[in-house]
Design a protein around this ligand. Structure first.
Ligand code: GTP
Ligand code: MG
Length: 235
């Protein structure tokens, strides 16, 4: 875009006054670099755990002729969500605080076919001798009041970098396709709505969660029945 040479042109004056380069103080630059490095390390931790899960899925699909894992999704928590969580918990907004206090900066979601696959995958993963189990939340045996179901693990694994072996924490959420369907829609319906002050909505969502849980059990029973009778399902 061309700007007129008229010295009275306010836009031109404001452009002229902008310094050529905005100087970023060294300490901010250093902090940003350290943050970026930490996020890279979390990304690598995700890759390590994801590979372990893919290996298990490949092995079981050959042994059992079916895949226990339908899909694996992952994410590194966004800076905005990291800051919000630290503020919400009244924790310092520093890199040290993130590493020490947040277990879900690296997150993996494993979508399984059947209910029993969840526990089998979780067991096989945590039995590996370089995987340290930090915490378990079984929202399947004890669903949340709103009907949310999923199996959550916090695991710590070593990641090998050029000059160090770094233990890294990863949150692994394991659930069935049906549980994921409910959680995704629940999240979509509530996302960014500060509050849903409607008991009716909560009740309906809970009802859906319970129906879905029943269907999950039925699907497992059907599979077990097929397996016990050695029925070959025609393709
Ligand atoms: P966060 O601060 O949300 O991380 O909770 P938390 O640290 O107490 O951990 P928790 O294991 O209870 O939940 C962790 C994650 O599970 C959330 O970030 C969501 O991804 C998922 N989650 C938990 N409750 C719900 C729910 O009611 N609905 C949906 N859609 N997802 C949920
Ligand atoms: Mg979380």
């Amino acid at each position: 875009m061309y700007i007129s040479n008229n010295p009275n042109n306010e836009l031109e004056q404001s452009i002229v006054q902008v310094p050529d380069l905005v100087q970023i103080p060294d300490e901010i630059h250093e902090m940003a670099q350290k943050f970026q490095e930490a996020m890279m390390m979390y990304t690598c931790a995700i890759r390590e755990v994801k590979t372990k899960l893919e290996v298990l899925n490949d092995e079981l699909s050959v042994k059992n002729r079916r895949n226990p894992i339908e899909m694996i999704k992952s994410r590194v928590k966004k800076p905005k969500s990291i800051v919000e969580k630290l503020k919400r918990r009244g924790l310092p907004l520093t890199l040290e605080s993130i590493v020490k206090n947040l277990d879900d900066v690296a997150g993996i979601r494993v979508i399984c076919s059947f209910l029993d696959d969840i526990y089998e995958v979780a067991d096989m993963l945590t039995r590996q001798d370089d995987v340290k189990l930090v915490a378990v939340k079984d929202y399947i045996k004890k669903p949340k009041e709103n009907g949310y179901r999923s199996y959550h693990l916090i695991v710590e694994i070593p990641v090998f970098f050029s000059d160090k072996k770094q233990p890294m924490r990863v949150e692994v959420q394991i659930r069935t396709i049906a549980m994921d369907f409910w959680a995704s829609l629940d999240h979509q319906l509530k996302y960014k709505k500060e509050f849903i002050d409607s008991e009716d909505v909560e009740r309906q969502l809970k009802e859906c969660a319970d129906v879905i849980a029943g269907t999950d059990m039925q699907m497992l029973a059907i599979r077990k029945n097929i397996e016990s009778k050695g029925i070959e399902v025609r393709k």
